[in-house]
Design a protein around this ligand. Structure first.
Ligand code: PMP
Length: 271
C-alpha cells in the first residue's frame, strides 16, 4: 500500500507498552539472506512477548517476496514488524487486542555510511544491556531498543557512529544494533550472547571463521581487555561486517582478518 495509507491507530497497544517485535533483513540480488531464519525469529520474539502472529512463517515469506516485487527492489532492507494493535484493552494486559503484522522495504546503503571500511568510531554507552531476568534478552523486541536509541544519540552527539554497550555485570556486550568481535594474536574473541541477541550475522561470521580454521573464543570480556585487542568489527544485518577503528580511547587497525571477513561476507550474501 501507499506510504500515507499505512497507518496505525493512536491507541495501538504497542505504541504505549512496547508490545512489538521486528526483524531487519537484507535482500541481495533479489534474495533475502537467511530469510526464513528471520521469519522464524519473528515468531520466536512474539512468543517471548506472549503473543502469536496470525500468519505462518510460509505466509510471511511469501509476503516479503511480494513487497520486494511490488517495489521493484532487488537490493533492499526489509522490515517485518508484528505488534498488539488497538482493541478493547488499553491497560497493560492486552490479550483481547488483535495482533498485526506489516512488512516494509526500502533501499538502505551502508549502515555506517562512508566510515564503513575506514573503521567506525564507537562511544562507550552509559546504558547497560539488562539481565535476562529483567527483559526478554533474546527477543528482537522494540522495548529493548529504547536504551539503544538513547545510547546512539549520545554517541552521535560526540561525533561517533555508534556506542559499545556493556552488560548488567559490566562485561562487554554489543553495539546498539550489531554484535562485536575482536582479534588478538590471530585469534578471535567475541562476547558470549547470554543477555543479548545472538545475531544471524554473528552466527554466520563464527561459521566463516571456523571454516578458515581461526580459533573463536565466545566468552565474557572485561572492558580492561579492550586495550589489548588489535582489530575489531561489528556484525549485523544492516551493519553487515563493519570494521571498528576506535572505541573510546582505544584504537584498532583495519587488519587483514577484518578485511577478509568483511569481503567474505559480501561474497556469501550475494551467492
Ligand atoms: N544486536 C542488536 C541489538 C541488533 O539490533 C541486531 C540487528 N538485528 C544485532 C545484534 C545483529 O543481529 P542480526 O545479525 O541477526 O541482524
Amino acid at each position: 500500500m501507499d506510504w500515507r495509507s499505512a497507518n496505525v491507530h493512536i491507541l495501538t497497544h504497542a505504541l504505549h507498552y512496547a508490545s512489538s517485535v521486528f526483524e531487519g533483513e537484507r535482500a541481495y540480488n533479489g534474495q533475502i539472506f537467511l530469510s526464513r531464519k528471520h521469519s522464524e525469529r519473528l515468531h520466536y520474539s512474539a512468543g517471548q512477548l506472549d503473543f502469536e502472529i496470525p500468519y505462518s512463517v510460509d505466509e510471511i515469506e511469501a509476503a516479503k517476496a511480494a513487497v520486494l516485487e511490488a517495489n521493484g527492489f532487488t537490493d533492499a532492507y526489509v522490515r517485518a514488524v508484528a505488534w498488539r494493535g488497538a482493541g478493547p484493552d488499553m491497560g497493560v494486559a492486552s490479550q483481547r487486542n488483535p495482533v498485526r503484522l506489516a512488512i516494509a522495504a526500502w533501499e538502505w546503503g551502508s549502515y555506517y555510511g562512508d566510515a564503513k571500511m575506514k573503521g567506525a568510531k564507537l562511544d562507550i554507552a552509559k546504558w547497560k544491556r539488562p539481565s535476562p531476568e529483567t527483559a526478554p534478552s533474546h527477543a528482537k523486541a522494540a522495548g529493548l531498543y529504547m536504551i539503544c536509541t538513547m545510547a546512539k544519540h549520545a554517541a552521535e552527539a560526540k561525533g561517533c557512529g555508534d556506542a559499545l554497550m556493556f552488560d548488567y555485570r559490566g562485561y562487554v556486550a554489543e553495539a546498539t544494533g550489531a554484535n562485536i568481535f575482536f582479534v588478538k594474536d590471530g585469534e578471535v574473541h567475541t562476547p558470549k550472547p547470554d543477555c543479548f541477541l545472538n545475531g544471524l550475522t554473528r552466527q554466520t561470521v563464527v561459521g566463516m571463521l571456523e571454516e578458515r580454521q581461526v580459533k573463536v573464543h565466545e566468552r565474557h570480556i572485561m572492558p580492561e581487555e579492550l586495550e589489548g585487542f588489535e582489530q575489531c568489527w561489528l556484525t549485523g544485518t544492516a551493519a553487515e561486517v563493519t570494521p571498528v577503528g576506535q572505541i573510546g580511547d582505544y584504537n584498532f587497525e583495519v587488519g587483514a582478518l577484518t578485511r577478509e571477513i568483511a569481503e567474505g561476507y559480501e561474497t556469501l550474501v550475494r551467492r
